[in-house]
Structure formats: C-alpha cells, structure tokens
Design a protein around this ligand. Structure first.
Ligand code: AMP
Length: 282
C-alpha cells in the first residue's frame, strides 16, 4: 500500500493505473476510521480493482467555532486499517497542498445546500462539494462510494456530478451502527458516558418512524411529532431538526413515486449528531 501526499504523485499513479485498464474506486474520508468507513472500502472493492482512500480533515467544511481543530485524528491507526483492507493508496494531503494561498473558487449547490443541515451549517456543503470536486479531479476515480449516513451530502454530490459532468459513478452504502443502534461517527468520541447512553434515542426514534410508516401511517407530520416527543422524553438532547423530504432531490415527499428520507440532527451537550432512515416508496 502506498501513502501519497503530493497531488502530482497521485495523478501519475492514477494515470498509470488507468493506462493498464485498472478500475479505480475512491472513498473520501476525514480519517479516524471506523467500521462505517471500512464498509465503504469493502463496497468499493466489489466494483474496483484499486481502492484509494483519502484522509483529509477539510477546513473548508467547518465554520469558525466548529470542531475543526479538535476533530479526532490518528493517521497511524488509519494507515494500518487501510493496509488490512488491502487499499492500494492512501491519499493524505496537507492544507498547503489542497488549498493554495488565494483559493477562492467554490462549488455550491444553490438550493440543496440550504436545506436540512444547511440551515444551521450554511457554508458546510459548499466546503464538502468543493473538496470532493477537487479530490475527483486529483484522484480521477471511476467510481466513488459514500455513506447513506450523510444522506444530504450524497444527494448534493450526486447532483454536482450530474450538473458538472464528472465521469465518476456515485454509489451509496448503508449506515453502519454500534450494537445499540447509534450510527457510527468519528464524533461519537466527544460524547461523555451519559450522552453516549442517551444518544441511542436518535436511532430508536427513527425505528419508531419506520414502524409507523410500515403500519400504514402516511401522516409525516404526525410521525415527526412522535419522534420529537420520544427524543425529548427519553434524553436531554437539543433537537436541531427532524424533517421529511424526497430522498432523490430533497423536495416535497411523494411516497407513491419515490423514497422518503427522514433526517435529523441533535445536540448531546456540544456534540451535534446526525442520523436518518429511508422509507421505501410504495
Ligand atoms: P467522514 O470521515 O465523516 O467525512 O465520512 C467519510 C465517509 O464515510 C462519508 O461518505 C460518510 O457518509 C461515511 N460514513 C460515516 N459514518 C458512516 C457510517 N456509520 N456508516 C456508513 N458510512 C459512514
């Protein structure tokens, strides 16, 4: 396995692999890898011979006052995990390599980046779309795998790929959870023991929503109200939002025509966690 830090070097590697007709699968991450990240690598491996994992805590997707500085980092551990997964290249650039002195070009989805998480993190998806566009241009993968954990991110990036004609096949993989149901996240490390215990209410509230929907409840406002009640009753979480949207374009729901995304964000202490479920069209 190679660890590459320089853009010019990974470009050369990628060009060589493409020349010998290898398929390149790409998994962008911010590191501090867990089973959720590893599941994306395994998924990518089903369709690609060479897997590239990028490990880069992207400053452009953090607003001032967010957790950029204290975001957990452990490159040695990540490197070992990637080696075990038989990753071909870990791309591990630094900020000077990724953002030049006067970087001022951004990729923005004017509509989708304002919804859901975008309401409380107005510059977040601009940072995400920009760095993923840059990484696609640098790594030149055939396909890329993202987690459904960040469902809005996936919808926005897929739209970016369509709108800007990137030649990358976009794939989403299911949410990997801890044994009690909490969605795995590098940020779970911030939770103290009470917060960690309580955080499972997010998953439980989503399960409740699935159950309601499966038993025929199509009143999404009622489902969301029940989720609010459940979370408030069983934890000290501060809910940022719980919303339902069409999974394909984050627009109005139409369960007869498309899957419905129920997405939420909530604070446990200072830690903001997100989770979601996709209710299948019927
Ligand atoms: P991050 O390192 O948090 O930027 O995440 C990198 C990729 O891993 C993104 O595509 C995430 O959606 C995905 N991911 C993060 N947590 C999970 C999880 N629990 N299950 C599946 N994918 C995940």
């Amino acid at each position: 396995m190679k660890v590459i830090k320089k853009i010019s070097e990974i470009r050369n590697w990628s060009a060589q692999e493409r020349k010998s007709e290898k398929t390149i699968g790409f998994v962008p991450t911010m590191g501090y890898l867990h089973e959720g990240h590893l599941s994306l690598i395994r998924e990518a491996k089903k369709y690609a011979e060479d897997i590239v994992v990028s490990i880069y805590v992207n400053p452009a997707q953090f607003a001032p006052g967010e957790d950029f500085e204290r975001y957990p980092r452990d490159f040695e551990r990540d490197e070992n995990l990637c080696r075990k997964e038989d990753v071909a290249v870990v791309f591990y650039p630094d900020d000077r390599e990724m953002y030049g002195k006067n970087h001022n070009t951004y990729v923005i989805n004017e509509e989708l980046s304002r919804l859901l998480c975008g309401k409380s993190r107005p510059t977040h998806f601009r940072g995400v779309a920009t760095v993923v566009a840059k990484l696609f241009n640098i790594v030149q993968p055939h396909l890329a795998v993202f987690g459904q954990k960040d469902a809005q991110q996936f919808v926005i990036l897929k739209k970016m790929v369509d709108d800007l004609n990137f030649n990358v096949k976009m794939m989403a993989a299911p949410i990997v959870r801890e044994t009690d149901g909490l969605a795995m996240s590098s940020r779970n490390k911030y939770l103290n023991s009470t917060e960690r215990r309580e955080a499972v209410v997010l998953y439980e509230s989503l399960k409740m929503a699935e159950k309601e929907y499966d038993s025929g409840n199509m009143d999404f406002n009622d489902i969301i109200a029940r989720m609010h009640k459940y979370i408030q009753h069983n934890s000290s979480a501060r809910i940022d939002y719980i919303e339902y949207v069409n999974y394909s374009d984050l627009g109005p729901v139409d369960p007869q025509k498309a899957d419905t995304l129920i997405a939420l964000a909530a604070y446990f202490g200072k830690t903001r966690l997100i989770d979601n479920t996709i209710l299948k069209q019927r």
